[in-house]
Design a protein around this ligand. Structure first.
Ligand SMILES: C[S@@+](CC[C@H](N)C(=O)[O-])C[C@H]1O[C@@H](n2cnc3c(N)ncnc32)[C@H](O)[C@@H]1O
Length: 246
């Protein structure tokens, strides 16, 4: 079990009444309309998303290489708890765990957390928001966020990165992945992964914009990779390796 998880702290939101969705009893972490939309969308598609993407790393050697570099950096610093933020069905965190990291997952969607627990029974997954993590200050040796900051409106990224900075130890490592674009907002309403009427918003961003916002939070992006889309993808993908100031 990661020692960084659990406990109350100044960043945590006041607990709201418990929800019980997909067999996971959770405290509602936030209730604004955008967050509800994202959570509802991923609750709806959780199983289908896991079926479609849960094994995707097998066909993504560049992603595996960057995750291996991230794992090496965390271990070279002495290791410690690592959070997979917006973990979805848990496959990225599980891969990092297979590389020797002490990983747990956090996701806004109770449905996703239920699927992650089912598919990776040896791992810990918690419901929570990147905007208000239920984690103590300076406890994490690293954090990974693959395709989860894409659902944060741009004006919330400073708060999310400030929260990330709060929970990271000095010198802790970060890896982010996201689709590249000029701050374009995508709105989806309709069929997705076999489910009708799914509504979702996401943003594509330039890596230098994300790196600048990380820097404002005290997290320095020291390596950026942009790759072309593969056959199943629409746009370029960006990966940032970053480090909180030591
Ligand atoms: C595109 S999926 C990515 C899942 C997984 N990381 C992957 O690489 O396949 C986005 C995930 O981010 C989660 N998410 C979105 N906003 C979040 C937030 N504010 N806090 C925590 N998780 C969030 C969603 O519930 C969803 O599971």
């Amino acid at each position: 079990m990661p020692s960084a998880a659990g406990g109350s702290h100044p960043g945590r939101r006041a607990a709201a009444p418990d929800l019980d969705i997909a067999g996971v009893s959770v405290a509602e972490v936030t209730d604004d309309a955008h967050t509800r939309m994202v959570r509802d969308a991923y609750d709806t598609v959780a199983t289908a998303y896991a079926d479609r993407f849960g094994g995707e790393l097998a066909a993504k050697p560049i992603d595996r290489g960057l995750l291996a570099a991230f794992a090496d950096l965390v271990l070279a610093d002495g290791g410690g708890p690592v959070a997979d933020l917006g973990c979805g069905p848990g496959h990225v965190g599980a891969h990092l765990r297979s590389l020797g990291l002490d990983v747990f997952g956090v996701d806004l969607s109770p449905g996703m957390v239920a699927v992650a627990r089912e598919r990776h029974p040896g791992m810990r997954f918690d419901v929570g928001s990147m905007l208000a993590l239920d984690l103590p200050d300076a406890g994490l040796a690293g954090a990974c966020a693959f395709y989860s900051i894409i659902h944060l409106p741009t004006d919330r990224l400073p708060a999310a990165f400030g929260e990330l900075d709060r929970v990271l130890r000095p010198g802790a490592r970060v890896i982010l992945a996201f689709q590249v674009g000029d701050d374009e907002e995508l709105r989806r309403r309709g069929e997705w992964l076999g489910h009708e009427d799914v509504e979702l918003r996401a943003w594509r961003r330039r890596p230098e914009h994300v790196a600048a916002l990380l820097a404002d939070a005290g997290i320095h992006a020291h390596a950026t990779l942009v790759r072309e889309p593969d056959a199943a993808e629409a746009v370029d993908r960006a990966y940032l390796l970053a480090r909180k100031r030591p």
